[in-house]
Design a protein around this ligand. Structure first.
Ligand code: ADP
Ligand code: MG
Length: 256
């Protein structure tokens, strides 16, 4: 009997373990809760969009996961490993295996495209060159390796920034309004390319945006945020068609 019990199928084994797990995350500024009890999980290969109006605490959440901001409480785990918790454990950003991409993406102007992409890479020269070549192919910039950032368009620079962030194979990719500095005309194309590259790399992605159409276009799952809390989580289809309350509905009503 005992052995039978041990062999019994365990349904939870079928579910892929979460890459990123955030629970009860809190941060206050000046006595005001900016992030209040935030809980979130993301699996490898999944894109979750943290969507909400300006000032609701999205960037603060992302910065705590990145390790550049200290939480007041809650736990952050990546692949089961504690990054920070309420008891003062705190892993510095460079030890977390996260990639970062912000609106203000600034490539190093004095380095070539290839040198920018290779910047965070260790290992031997041949392995580095292989990784850079692979990424330039993914972002459709084969032949651009020797160019300098000022010779590239804004959209091309954005793709190089993505390749640079992905080069060290981050376990979690954190993106804060990565497209808001770009021309409207360019955005759809860049969003599609970015999504394609992220899917090929299979990293877990948390993308912060205040634009509903961006979240609807890019997310596997949307986490709708308001006043420091996630008020609804679901597929773009579910969130769009069955918003949790009137405020959520109003937030989507501007899209046509
Ligand atoms: P979002 O990215 O959703 O626009 P933020 O996380 O940047 O929101 O900010 C949420 C709130 O926290 C805002 O009211 C902002 O002014 C405040 N805040 C963020 N960082 C700080 C800080 N370092 N000191 C004081 N207040 C801050
Ligand atoms: Mg922000």
């Amino acid at each position: 009997m005992e052995s039978l019990r041990r062999e019994a199928p365990n349904p939870s084994r079928q579910i892929p373990p979460p890459r990123l797990e955030v629970s009860g995350l809190r941060r206050a500024f000046g006595g005001r809760d900016v992030v209040a009890d935030l809980t979130l999980t993301i699996a490898a290969g999944q894109v979750t969009c943290l969507l909400g109006p300006s000032g609701c605490g999205k960037s603060t959440t992302l910065r705590m996961i990145a390790g550049v901001e200290h939480p007041d409480g809650g736990t952050i785990r990546i692949d089961g490993q504690v990054m920070s918790d309420g008891s003062g454990r705190f892993l510095p950003p460079e030890s977390r295996g996260v990639g970062l991409m912000f609106q203000d993406f600034a490539l190093f102007p004095h380095l070539t495209v290839a040198q920018n992409v290779a910047f965070g890479l260790g290992g031997d020269r041949a392995a580095r060159d292989r990784r850079v070549g692979e990424l330039l192919e993914r972002i459709n910039l084969v032949g651009y390796g020797a160019k300098y950032p000022h010779e590239l368009s804004g959209g091309e620079q954005q793709r190089v920034a993505l390749a640079r962030a992905l080069a060290p194979r981050p376990r979690v990719m954190l993106m804060d309004e990565p497209f808001s500095g770009l021309d409207n005309r360019l955005r759809d194309g860049i969003r599609d390319t970015t999504l394609e590259v992220l899917k090929e790399e299979g990293t877990a992605v948390l993308l912060v945006t205040h634009e509903p159409d961006e979240a609807l276009r890019m997310a596997d799952e949307i986490a709708l945020m308001r006043d420091g809390l996630i008020v609804q989580r679901g597929s773009p289809y579910n969130i769009y068609n069955a918003p949790a309350d009137r405020a959520a509905a109003a937030f989507f009503s501007d899209i046509n």
